[in-house]
Design a protein around this ligand. Structure first.
Ligand code: MG
Length: 390
């Protein structure tokens, strides 16, 4: 598989923070992917909420299956464009490692708890996981991933946080946000593959949960047009007994349409801009994207899911309980850090002598809670408060 001149080439990586010898048979990006798959944070994704809480049903997406779908879509798009599939896979598998338990509700709650202590943001947390929190190597904390994988994980970042990153690591990951430059095409692609994945699977999960219906989806052109085509070619799928098969066929067509649209549109942008290197890519506007029409359709679908699924009273009610759990866990550990696992209590003791110890201490508690799975968080909450919320 030859890489295009604008792709990330593992042989020309900007490297790792701690120098390591190359592996005999694997490229640097294959190695990154393998480290991610073997990490503890990756295994926890199986018990973390995407939209539906883990215990609500066995067939709903979790953060793990979502990440696998993003990796699959990303690779499918990367190959015909001549991009590095291994890098795309590594970024996709790591992109949600920093998510708290209970999905966005958990992140919002933790962000509120940390309001005066630097806040909490899942993207930055994913980077913290791979840079600091994984403890697997004798010589360093974190997974010591290449610059390009880390860059792809940090898909957005405020100017404030970018300045802080730049202080910690001069000319590092914060730089591109300060210079307002683009990341690699592989990173741009993972961003879009994430969107394609949840656009499609949240329809599937939404219907499965009974919170949205096929009829409601008639107001979403991307879905409705493929449904019309499907039923025209396969009228038998309108039978009630064939509903799941019908839904899968419509979603399959939607996914293909979005994937081929990205490939075609990105090819056209590449041949117009003619970047001859990764550094040329960085100076240009974003090159990986949907056509205008598909962009519009995707926005309409996202708005639909937001209004009808993510803000469904039943989802919101669970979200409220999840927020209580996270906030009360935060209070409980802040009050008595010895309730945390020994490693975190020790880390908290270690930062006590620092100048800014309240912020550093709060961060240790946030790291501990962010790493929890849904069910561990629920059980811990019950253990500490005697109440069972979820
Ligand atoms: Mg995601």
């Amino acid at each position: 598989m030859t890489l295009a001149p604008y792709a990330c080439d593992p042989a020309k990586t900007r490297g790792r923070r701690y120098l390591e010898q190359p592996a005999p048979t694997r490229s640097e990006y294959q190695r990154d992917r393998d480290r991610i798959v073997h990490s503890t944070a990756f295994r926890r994704l199986v018990y973390k909420t995407q939209v539906f809480l883990n215990h609500e049903g066995d067939l709903f997406r979790t953060r793990l299956t979502h990440s696998l779908e993003v990796a699959q879509l990303g690779r499918s798009i990367a190959r015909p464009l001549g991009l590095s599939e291994d890098l795309v896979e590594a970024i996709a598998l790591a992109h949600d490692l920093g998510h708290t338990p209970f999905g966005h509700a958990g992140q919002d709650a933790l962000n509120e708890c940390m309001a005066n202590q630097g806040g909490f943001e899942h993207n930055l947390q994913s980077l913290r996981v791979v840079d600091h929190l994984e403890e697997r190597y004798p010589a360093f904390d974190g997974l010591n991933l290449t610059f390009e994988t880390r860059e792809g994980i940090l898909k957005h970042c405020s100017q404030h946080n970018a300045r802080r990153l730049e202080e910690e690591e001069p000319d590092g990951l914060g730089r591109r946000f300060l210079d307002r430059q683009q990341p690699s095409l592989e990173a741009q692609l993972c961003n879009l593959a994430d969107e394609i994945a949840y656009n499609a699977h949240d329809i599937d999960d939404g219907i499965r949960s009974g919170l949205i219906s096929l009829e409601q989806l008639e107001e979403v052109p991307l879905f409705a047009s493929h449904r019309r085509e499907t039923l025209k070619q396969h009228p038998g799928l309108s039978q009630p007994s064939q509903m799941r098969r019908q839904l899968y066929e419509v979603i399959r067509r939607m996914l293909s349409a979005m994937v081929y649209d990205v490939i075609e549109t990105t090819r056209a942008s590449l041949s117009k801009a003619e970047p001859d290197s990764l550094s040329a890519v960085r100076q240009l506007p974003p090159l990986v994207g949907f056509s205008q029409e598909m962009q519009q359709r995707s926005v309409t679908l996202k708005r639909f899911l937001f209004a009808n699924l993510y803000r469904h009273p039943q989802v919101l009610q669970k979200s409220e309980q999840a927020k209580h759990i996270v906030c009360e866990l935060f209070e409980a550990y802040a009050l008595d850090p010895s309730e945390m696992q020994a490693g975190f209590t020790a880390r908290l003791d270690a930062v006590r002598d620092q100048a800014d110890n309240s912020q550093a201490g709060a961060r240790v508690v946030a790291d501990y809670i962010a790493g929890m799975t849904d069910r561990f968080a629920s059980r811990e909450h019950e253990r500490l408060t005697g109440r069972r919320l979820l």
